[in-house]
Ligand binder design. Structure first.
Ligand code: CTP
Length: 395
């Protein structure tokens, strides 16, 4: 579900990194209202916040008085993040000041409050600042960072704001039930590439976005995640163990080796079904091939079917089914067959085609289990991935 997120920005140089915090929340399908302080606007201007958040940006306590905006924004929020949180902002929040729109919004909100401090090491270590942190912590405020690293000047040390993706992951985890805490989850993602020669391969249009979204959402729910990935066109999430492979054969070996140590295995990769029987070790030259050339292809191992055969008791195995039939019932029948042939506990059906199903776009998937009822989820890949994982206890 899209969340209503307030991103408060206070006046520190790390405000420029807060632009990426906002962008990441929006990318994951959430509705963000940015509330910059006056000093934050001296670092990053209003048009930037409006363009990145795709929402108007309120700055003045005396705007929107008729809608009682000074409290409405806070009352409606699901999550409030202040990034960066300067030493001055910490003092203001610890004392409950309501001198500006961000102050009134924070006080009017009962949503989780996540602070991402950023300041020089001496300031962070100052007793007054630490007392404010302690006081806020005692009242249930969440802190992410600061981390150690290069600061604004030539100095380095503790005080650097956490990376935007880390802040977003952490903030969302404060709202997410830790339903996979203590579970080990193995996910495959991306499209395999089967070489024809050292420069050419047989591949597919998978971007890996669905598997990557599943890995991120599983981690958000407290799981320890291993992501075995072939070619990806999206960045893998932070905080998961990555195993990089290229061909179906390599993915097969990695998945089989890792399977026994995992509680949940999700095969979201787009694995090539055929590979060249004899890939050339030298580049194939046009002149050496006939006008109509048919390389001899052979089948690759069906990885998920093999995992189905080897499945230890208690492990949950989920496959995907990429189907292209126009009629929903035909797609579902084709996917339901894979439940039996591949011995999986569930199959996630998605419709694919030249313009649908690939990339971080709106998607629709259907979760098919032994039960005759199936569940359909629609939304961004992150939200769909989260809802798939939340539906697992029903398996
Ligand atoms: N899969 C696999 N190994 C392969 C091919 C596919 O593990 N060599 C997995 C995919 O990761 C997915 C599931 O099998 O979880 C279904 O993939 P899909 O391409 O829909 O089906 P195929 O097995 O290729 O069958 P078909 O060609 O009949 O659709």
């Amino acid at each position: 579900m899209p969340l209503r997120v307030i991103v408060g920005v206070s006046g520190g140089i790390a405000a420029y990194k807060a632009v990426s915090v906002v962008r990441e929340f929006v990318r994951r399908g959430h509705n963000v209202t940015v509330i910059p302080t006056g000093s934050a606007l001296r670092f990053v201007g209003l048009p930037t916040w409006e363009a990145i958040s795709r929402n108007s940006v309120p700055t003045d306590l005396f705007e929107g008085v008729a809608e009682v905006r000074h409290v409405a924004l806070g009352q409606q929020a699901d999550l409030v993040v202040v990034a960066p949180t300067t030493a001055n902002m910490l003092a203001s929040l610890a004392s409950g000041f309501a001198a500006d729109l961000l102050g009134t919004t924070v006080l009017a909100s009962t949503a989780p409050l996540v602070l991402a401090p950023a300041m020089h090491t001496e300031m962070w270590e100052n007793a007054a600042v630490q007392a404010n942190v302690e006081s806020l912590r005692r009242r249930g405020t969440f802190f992410i960072g600061p981390e150690s690293g290069a600061l604004t000047g030539d100095d380095s040390g503790v005080g650097r704001m956490s990376e935007p993706e880390t802040i977003v992951d952490f903030a969302l985890s404060c709202l997410t039930p830790q339903s996979l805490e203590g579970k080990r989850v193995l996910i495959s993602a991306g499209g395999t590439r089967e070489p024809l020669d050292p420069v050419r391969y047989l591949g597919n249009r998978s971007t890996g976005a669905m598997g990557v979204a599943l890995a991120g959402e599983a981690r958000l729910r407290g799981a320890q995640v291993t992501l075995v990935h072939a070619h990806l066109e999206v960045s893998p999430p932070s905080g998961v163990e990555l195993v990089s492979v290229s061909t179906a054969e390599e993915m097969h070996a990695a998945m089989v080796a890792l399977q026994p140590a995992h509680d949940l295995v999700i095969m979201a990769a787009a694995v090539a079904d055929w590979r060249a029987k004899n890939p050339s070790t030298q580049k194939l030259r046009k002149a050496d091939q006939p006008e109509h050339w048919s390389p001899e292809l052979e089948r690759t191992p069906d990885i998920v079917a093999d995992l189905g055969q080897r499945k230890p008791t208690g492990q949950v195995l989920i496959g995907f089914a990429a189907e292209t039939e126009d009629i929903a019932s035909e797609r579902e029948a084709a996917a339901r067959m894979k439940l039996d042939t591949k011995k999986t506990d569930a199959v996630v059906l998605n419709l694919v085609g030249e313009r649908v199903g690939f990339g971080e776009v709106e998607t629709a998937v259907t979760l098919i289990t032994a039960s005759p009822q199936s569940l359909t989820f629609e939304g961004t890949k992150s939200s769909v991935a989260g809802r798939l994982l939340d539906a697992l206890p029903e398996l």
